[in-house]
Write a protein that binds this ligand. Structure first.
Ligand code: SAH
Length: 346
């Protein structure tokens, strides 16, 4: 019976070093191969030019290198690029490069589809197929970094985990991918330039705090009124605003890092004085800032972006209470690359 070969990138550096001593080679060979896999992004053992032919053959006998491929690339008129990324088993996820004047940001996926049921999100309409492996998350970043250098003549400056899926439901792999992204053998990026966005899973937010992570945390709030939030994000029945608040207080105590609330304002849903007052009250419980996100339409008529007047009323109320607020403009709408639009349409 033919044994299924293992993905070599599932091995840590120590495990690779051990592999080489076990086959009677030298430990440092593990470092060389690790560098090929992570820093140089080798997709084939034969690319590893400083490894002997015999050793490459041993590697081929034991392992495969599972890697992702950019299956198709779409460019928006605003410079945003969306990649459809094919995984080793043929499944597809999307990731996005968002260029602005001062930064280029990668938005990456963490799951194929999503198990949550946010009513306003196109990804939620796709069934969750599986979690991404750490290297599949890392490869999306690496591909976008290369595109950033190619099309914008500069390396990637920021990463947001805001693509398909719920990052905290793929906790270990997301953290492993961030370890690779921030390590010198990977991209050597500062965790300060990375933001993980969650729909708000209290237990996992506490775990992040216990694990003393250094990246930024964003929480998709969208309503500070429990009954309303469960209408637009039904899973919130289990993960209540009270538990969320408590976990964020814990996060702040442990990390001393301000969190960001993501918030879309929809007509007839969360556009009243009561909604604004509830948000202000919620914001006062934990040091935070609010990012008002422009709504990106999906194939659902129930949601419509509220007017500029309502947005201004929100901004005014937050500022009056000294809560920092920013507005996130949509990017890449013409190619369905904006927040909440990733749905493998192509
Ligand atoms: N699952 C994670 C990350 C993915 S979504 C989370 O929920 O945070 C990234 C952000 O886009 C979230 O704040 C999400 O609520 C928001 N979003 C989803 N659909 C959207 C839409 N149609 N228009 C604007 N923002 C949307």
């Amino acid at each position: 019976m033919k044994l299924k070969k293992k993905d070599i990138r599932a091995l840590s550096k120590d495990e690779l070093r051990l592999f080489f001593t076990e086959i009677g080679d030298q430990e440092f060979r593990g470092n060389q191969v690790y560098e090929w896999l992570w820093n140089k992004g080798a997709h084939q053992f034969d690319d590893m030019s400083n490894i002997s032919k015999d050793t490459r053959q041993v590697l081929k006998n034991h392992f495969v290198i599972n890697h992702v491929e950019v299956d198709s690339l779409q460019k928006s008129k605003d410079g945003t690029i969306k990649n459809a990324v094919k995984l080793f088993d043929g499944l597809i996820v999307e990731s996005v490069l968002i260029p602005t004047l001062n930064r280029t940001t990668a938005c990456v996926s963490t799951q194929v589809g999503c198990s949550l049921d946010c009513k306003f999100c196109a990804t939620a309409k796709l069934k969750k197929m599986r979690n991404l492996n750490p290297d599949e998350i890392y490869d999306q970043v690496k591909a976008i970094d290369q595109e950033s250098r190619l099309y914008h003549s500069k390396p990637l400056s920021n990463i947001v985990f805001m693509g398909m899926g719920e990052p905290l439901m793929n906790y270990n792999n997301v953290l492993k991918s961030i370890d690779k992204i921030t390590s010198e053998e990977g991209l050597g990026m500062s965790p300060k330039r990375i933001t993980v966005s969650t729909s708000g899973i209290p237990k996992m937010i506490k775990k992040l705090a216990d694990d003393k992570v250094k990246f930024n945390l964003a929480v998709s709030l969208h309503s500070a009124i429990q009954e309303k939030r469960i209408q637009i994000m039904p899973f919130a029945t289990k993960f209540t605003l009270i538990d969320l608040k408590e976990s964020l207080q814990y996060w702040y105590e442990k990390t001393n890092q301000r969190i960001t609330y993501e918030y879309v304002i929809w007509e007839g849903i969360n556009d009243t004085r009561e909604d604004i007052d509830a948000l202000v009250r919620y914001c006062k419980q934990v040091p935070c800032k609010v990012n008002l996100i422009e709504y990106n339409t999906i194939d659902d008529d129930s949601f419509k972006q509220a007017s500029k007047r309502v947005t201004d009323t929100y901004i005014h109320a937050l500022e009056k209470n000294r809560i920092p607020v920013t507005v996130r403009r949509s990017r890449g709408k013409d190619i369905d690359a904006a927040c909440g639009q990733l749905a493998n349409k192509k």
